[in-house]
Design a protein around this ligand. Structure first.
Ligand SMILES: [Zn+2]
Length: 236
């Protein structure tokens, strides 16, 4: 999860995998971070918008903790909600922006892993938030053609502006190239760092181009995987 602060509002990207505030006090943590920020940058009417990289359960479970928070919008997770909130009538084409006040975040349609996935680009830090679409782990592809288009567009997007890091939402790789931790692992010693680079986007795009329209054939192995040193494409 990521919390970005602008002059008029903060944006929380994703709410994690646990609903219960007793085990996972996300609201309390976010409130305390915003209070600290407001103590240093006092102003009235500061809002919070809760957005999602996509609607899978492990990215939206904490949403309800924000239901009764004043001055807060929680964006829905369905494709209809996403298209309506950002203003993306040409989905999956087009792009939108989210203005935090002096800090603009680009919102790009990014279906493939999930049909309502989006990618966020923070112009202030150059961070590209790719959710479960690109991260250091198993890239589960639900819609092959949509995924190819999304990655190709991200490569184009990244070619014309500075990208400091490509930040996804999980780490599943080990420090051994091409090896992931076991599915369901709760202990992952010697994790590599979360961030990836534009070079990784290009490598992924090249792999998808190589596979073309036939993800059922080699280089995919029997269980539908195609590994890179720092991620694994998983055909669903
Ligand atoms: Zn996901």
């Amino acid at each position: 999860m990521f919390l970005l602060s602008g002059n008029s509002q903060a944006v929380l990207i994703d709410t994690g995998a646990t609903a219960d505030p007793a085990y996972f006090p996300l609201r309390r943590t976010v409130d305390s971070l915003i209070s600290e920020w407001l103590a240093e940058n006092p102003r009235d009417g500061y809002r919070l918008t809760v957005v999602h990289t996509h609607g899978h359960g492990d990215h939206v479970a904490g949403d309800a903790q924000f239901d009764d928070r004043p001055d807060t919008t929680v964006v829905g997770k369905s494709l209809t909600d996403v298209v309506a909130f950002y203003g993306l009538p040409e989905w999956p084409d087009g792009a939108a922006t989210l203005d935090l006040g002096g800090r603009v975040v680009d919102v790009l349609p990014g279906p493939g892993h999930h049909k309502a996935a989006v990618v966020f680009y923070d112009r202030y830090t150059g961070l590209l938030f790719t959710g479960d679409t690109v991260y250091r782990g198993r890239l589960y592809v639900e819609d092959w053609q949509a995924f190819r288009t999304t990655i190709s567009r991200l490569v184009d997007f990244a070619a014309s502006r500075p990208v400091s890091h490509v930040l996804g939402c999980h780490i599943e790789m080990t420090t051994t190239p091409g090896r992931d931790h076991m599915i369901g692992s709760t202990h992952q010693p010697h994790e590599p760092p979360p961030q990836l680079t534009v070079e990784h986007l290009r490598a992924l795009n090249d792999m998808l181009t190589e596979v073309g329209d036939s993800p059922g054939a080699p280089p995919f192995g029997e269980i539908g995987t195609y590994p890179h040193d720092d991620f694994v494409i998983w055909r669903m």
